[in-house]
Design a protein around this ligand. Structure first.
Ligand SMILES: *[C@@H]1O[C@H](CO)[C@@H](O)[C@H](O)[C@H]1NC(C)=O
Ligand SMILES: *[C@@H]1O[C@H](CO)[C@@H](O)[C@H](O)[C@H]1NC(C)=O
Ligand SMILES: *[C@@H]1O[C@H](CO)[C@@H](O)[C@H](O)[C@H]1NC(C)=O
Ligand SMILES: *[C@@H]1O[C@H](CO)[C@@H](O)[C@H](O)[C@H]1NC(C)=O
Length: 613
């Protein structure tokens, strides 16, 4: 009955229009090859960088925070009152406008900044930002809106955690206030080489530990075992347990807050329908040029090139795993990050995020102790600032697409580490193919099937104990049996592939190379030197500087991977504390553009020539 009703003249016209539109999209997509896309994105990035360079410098707030920390230290010795614009005796002020480049929202925000220098936001602007953008507005207005949203509506972090040389220092955030306008003069604070000095003075001083919360770095272990009970979490049991405690004895303030969150989450999931907790900028635009669905709203600014994503990833991975290790949180690489590792020990160049898995109980602790934490990369290595958010919905199975339970977002790009948990549910059975891998009835009987919220099933025997390894040159953990773990997620054809999407794997370079750079290894000798394979000749790099650059960055990383992991399920014997992490060889994103704009480099390259060790 439905069909004839729709089949009228108007409907015909619409069908024609839609098909035309789809064809145009497909053709356009074909024109914009990977390579030209990279150039286009980079040119746009440079224009944006120049436009906001006057207002925004990521080193500035790091500098201010280290200044504050140093002043705090001195105060202890002299008993002078603390004079700092950024904070007082109990912590620091925070406003997103100081920490993120919000230039994209200037059309709305300039006026607001003038009228409310310390950070307030009038109701109409607030509503403009909060309005959940409808699918058909342009990307530009969506980004403007997101920046206004960040300015006006996003809660401030609870704390800032700063990576120093020896430990993570925790600074509480006491409230919301803008810093930028209150400083004496913009001009004379521009000398940021002072930052290094302050950071060094602070890092070298041993007694700052007395003043702030801190966690010393911990050594990485070869293997970490995890209790099976860490994979069990039942939200209703937790609620009853807390209520019992409350009824019979007392409840701590933090426990009460936790109980409130659980109660709320328990309802939220039932009523959220198809809504995901974490927001992404736009899904429909993916087919055109940029795969932006994976980026985090409201932090997303623009598309990123492969080089940018890989740089952000490398810096972020190091900070995350050091942070997790220092706090005794157990996590490991999953999904596409693990797949990337299995080939050459580095991330897949087209990957849109980092995938981390952890047991549900560990995630619960992450949420309780660190929800709304801004993590700051050690300024010696880069300008990374990452915001950790944990969804309240982790405690309960929701719709399949709401599987990301926590994310660590690079606040200047929206690129993120996506964290999923593994949990055990006695009342849900794994699908048939889960059992297929198990050889005999004993193995089947012993299996403990855990799953993520999007129903990836893993046997705990393949998962734990988790193992130490190097990813992008930095210490991380991976599941016990990588082959099994991956084959539970991906079809076999991905696990030892030569072509995936627009890339081909070149064994001689141990690299994924875009097909439009060259779609197979050239026959000629590819290196500059007969007996030194550390540098490609330009011809060997298919006449692309970008490939030469990437090889220079990754050669040591992938060599180590090959030496240790010729069997990806069983590494050669090594001591993670003897075999140090490799230096971060991907240049910080902001430095990269700064170098180009100030012409300190001849051509664009990501290789961070100066070793950071
Ligand atoms: C910046 O500060 C450093 C260290 O305090 C100093 O050596 C340098 O001369 C200053 N540069 C400028 C341009 O003021
Ligand atoms: C984390 O913080 C956000 C923002 O305040 C809140 O909505 C969410 O429920 C918190 N998550 C957890 C696990 O407490
Ligand atoms: C990993 O799993 C494979 C089967 O996929 C098995 O052959 C191998 O023995 C396992 N390795 C380890 C170290 O458990
Ligand atoms: C993957 O493919 C290569 C070359 O085809 C082969 O040498 C290697 O053994 C394969 N590895 C696995 C794990 O199948």
């Amino acid at each position: 009955m439905l069909f004839p009703k729709f089949y009228n003249k108007r409907f015909k016209h619409i069908t024609v229009l839609i098909s035309l539109a789809i064809c145009t999209l497909i053709i356009l997509n074909g024109y914009l090859s990977h390579d030209t896309n990279q150039v286009k994105i980079e040119n746009e990035a440079i224009i944006q960088f120049k436009a906001s360079a006057n207002r925004y410098n990521p080193k500035q707030m790091t500098y201010v925070v280290f200044q504050y920390l140093t002043a705090f230290n001195k105060k202890k010795h002299t008993n002078h009152p603390l004079t700092s614009n950024i904070g007082g005796d109990f912590g620091i002020w925070f406003h997103w406008d100081d920490w993120v480049d919000l230039s994209a929202g200037n059309t709305k925000l300039n006026q607001v900044r003038k009228q409310h220098p310390s950070g307030g936001c009038p109701n109409n602007i607030q509503r403009y930002g909060a309005f959940s953008g409808f699918p058909f507005e342009s990307m530009r207005s969506k980004i403007t809106r997101s920046k206004v949203d960040l300015y006006c509506n996003q809660e401030v972090p609870k704390r800032i955690v700063i990576a120093t040389d020896k430990s993570f220092v925790e600074l509480p955030v006491v409230g919301e206030k803008r810093f930028v306008e209150s400083k004496q003069s913009k001009k004379n604070t521009k000398n940021l080489s002072q930052e290094d000095k302050d950071s060094k003075e602070f890092q070298d001083s041993d007694d700052y530990h007395m003043m702030f919360g801190y966690k010393n770095f911990k050594k990485f272990e070869k293997e970490i075992d995890i209790e099976y009970s860490d994979f069990i979490f039942n939200i209703k049991d937790e609620i009853v347990r807390l209520k019992e405690k409350w009824n019979r004895r007392y409840i701590w303030v933090l426990e009460k807050k936790y109980l409130d969150m659980l109660e709320w989450a328990n309802h939220l999931i039932d009523f959220s329908g198809s809504n995901e907790y974490f927001k992404n900028p736009w899904k429909f635009k993916d087919s055109l040029t940029s795969k932006i669905h994976a980026y985090a709203y409201p932090f997303y600014q623009r598309s990123l090139t492969d080089g940018e994503r890989q740089s952000i990833a490398q810096h972020m991975i190091q900070t995350w795993f050091q942070f997790a290790q220092a706090n005794g949180l157990k996590s490991w690489l999953g999904d596409s990050s693990l797949l990337g590792w299995s080939y050459n020990g580095i991330d897949l160049p087209w990957s849109l995020n980092i995938d981390i898995h952890m047991p549900i109980r560990q995630l619960d602790r992450l949420g309780r102790d660190f929800n709304k934490t801004l993590l700051i990369e050690n300024p010696r290595f880069g300008n990374g600032k990452y915001y950790l958010e944990v969804s309240p919905t982790y405690g309960k199975q929701a719709i399949k697409s709401d599987s990301i339970e926590a994310r660590l977002v690079d606040i200047n790009s929206g690129y993120s580490i996506e964290i999923k948990s593994l949990m055990f549910h006695s009342d849900v059975q794994p699908p048939k193919k889960f059992w297929k891998h198990l050889a005999n009835s004993d193995e089947k009987y012993e299996a403990v099937a855990t799953h993520t919220k999007d129903w990836e099933w893993q046997n705990l025997r393949d998962t734990i104990p988790i193992r130490h390894t190097y990813f992008e040159g930095t210490s991380v953990y991976i599941p016990h049996n990588v082959t099994r773990y991956l084959s539970n997620i991906y079809k076999d054809k991905f696990i030892n592939a030569t072509y995936i999407g627009d890339y081909n794997y070149q064994r001689d370079l141990r690299l994924w190379v875009p097909n439009d750079v060259c779609n197979t290894s050239p026959k000629n000798f590819r290196f500059i030197n007969k007996d030194d394979y550390s540098q490609l000749s330009l011809k060997g790099a298919c006449n692309k500087e970008s490939l030469k650059d990437e090889y220079q960055i990754t050669e040591k990383l992938t060599t180590r991977h090959r030496e240790l992991n010729s069997n990806i399920d069983k590494a050669k014997d090594y001591d993670p504390n003897q075999l140090k992490d490799l230096p971060i060889m991907r240049k910080d994103v902001w430095e990269y553009f700064n170098d180009i704009v100030h012409r300190t480099v001849d051509h664009t390259n990501w290789y961070n020539g100066v070793s950071s060790n």
